[in-house]
Design a protein around this ligand. Structure first.
Ligand code: MG
Length: 336
């Protein structure tokens, strides 16, 4: 097997602002693994706050010895090999994992959703995320979200109610909200949770700092709508730790080191009676299709990458009725 890679900058349609920071593009590492006549495609999306970059990804890939991966379908062993090689760096590990799953599907002539034990018939609708912005831009973004049946709103600053009111003036679609650890006051957060419920909000993501387990658990016990851990839940061992702190977890391939571990996390989450949100970073169609292959195993889906970016190097996958449409193509079903 031969691994090649190319740094890429995925540009955002709108500068993306959430509680804490703002950016206009996301560094991506596009990865290809070739084996006989087959090519598997993968991607690492390295949002700056996660600590990975083109530089760290290239350094990691230079350490990977493809001859160590004797059997491309042995995902557990490959996952362990990559973790032994270097701690952390889940996004670039995900790129390798996704490329190997794409290849596995192509070799076995099976779509990735089938490899994952998933079903296109159970695909949930996907949310479209709106970052923090001026009211006129928010209204414009809601209009751009016409094809979506759910909107996710980034909260966590001091104008949360205002933002929701601005959106409610132009749409009555159900909303998810994500505070991105931006809330700091327990009583206020509970009042807000009740108010948000009246506004048709279905879930709250990561209300308090991920290290503030007590405040997150406090709100989860009292909130009328489910509270979902995102920043607090990255890899498999984090799932069990989230029990009693959140009602559900947000799984992203760029945090979980890829599809293999994301599936393990889904199984563990179900065992622990968690609700599951399949999320994403700013990703091309490659990462989106990998997430979509697992999405039918989840309760909620937030895979909007291709709709928020300008220079996706791949075709946008089929999308209908607010959902990704999984194809019967072998592998991810990714096209240039
Ligand atoms: Mg989030």
């Amino acid at each position: 097997m031969q691994l090649t890679y190319k740094p890429f900058e995925l540009e955002l349609k709108h500068p993306f602002t959430i509680a804490g920071f703002s950016r206009t593009y996301t560094p991506i590492m596009l990865v290809q693994i070739a084996h006989e006549d087959y090519i598997g495609y993968g991607e690492a999306s390295m949002v700056p706050y996660m600590g990975e970059s083109h530089k760290t990804a290239a350094a990691f890939l230079q350490k990977v010895e493809m001859e160590q991966i004797k059997y491309p379908f042995d995902n557990a062993l490959i996952n362990a090999y990559l973790d032994d090689l270097w701690p952390g760096q889940p996004a670039i590990k995900a790129a390798i994992d996704i490329a190997l799953h794409d290849m596995e599907g192509k070799i076995k002539q099976q779509p990735c959703w089938q490899l994952m034990g998933s079903s296109p018939l159970l695909m949930p609708v996907t949310a479209y995320t709106i970052g923090i912005d001026k009211p006129e831009v928010i209204i414009q973004k809601v209009k751009e979200a016409a094809a979506f049946k759910v909107i996710k709103v980034k909260l966590g600053r001091d104008n949360d109610k205002e933002l929701i009111k601005t959106i409610r003036a132009v749409t009555d679609k159900p909303l998810y909200v994500d505070a991105n650890q931006g809330w700091t006051n327990r009583e206020q957060s509970l009042d807000l949770a009740y108010w948000l419920q009246e506004q048709g909000v279905l879930l709250i993501e990561q209300p308090f700092d991920k290290a503030d387990i007590d405040s997150n658990a406090w709100l989860t016990q009292r909130s009328p709508i489910p509270v979902i851990g995102d920043e607090a839940v990255q890899r498999l061992p984090d799932v069990a730790k989230a029990k009693g702190v959140y009602n559900g977890i947000n799984i992203k391939l760029m945090k979980s080191a890829g599809m293999y571990e994301a599936r393990q996390m889904i199984l563990k989450a179900r065992e622990l009676d968690f609700s599951i949100l399949m999320g994403c970073m700013s990703e091309t169609s490659c990462g989106t299709l990998a997430g979509a292959a697992l999405a039918p195993l989840c309760n909620w889906v937030d895979l909007d990458g291709p709709f928020l970016t300008k220079n996706n190097p791949y075709q946008i996958p089929a999308f209908a009725d607010g959902k990704w449409v999984l194809s019967n193509e072998p592998g991810l079903g990714l096209y240039h």
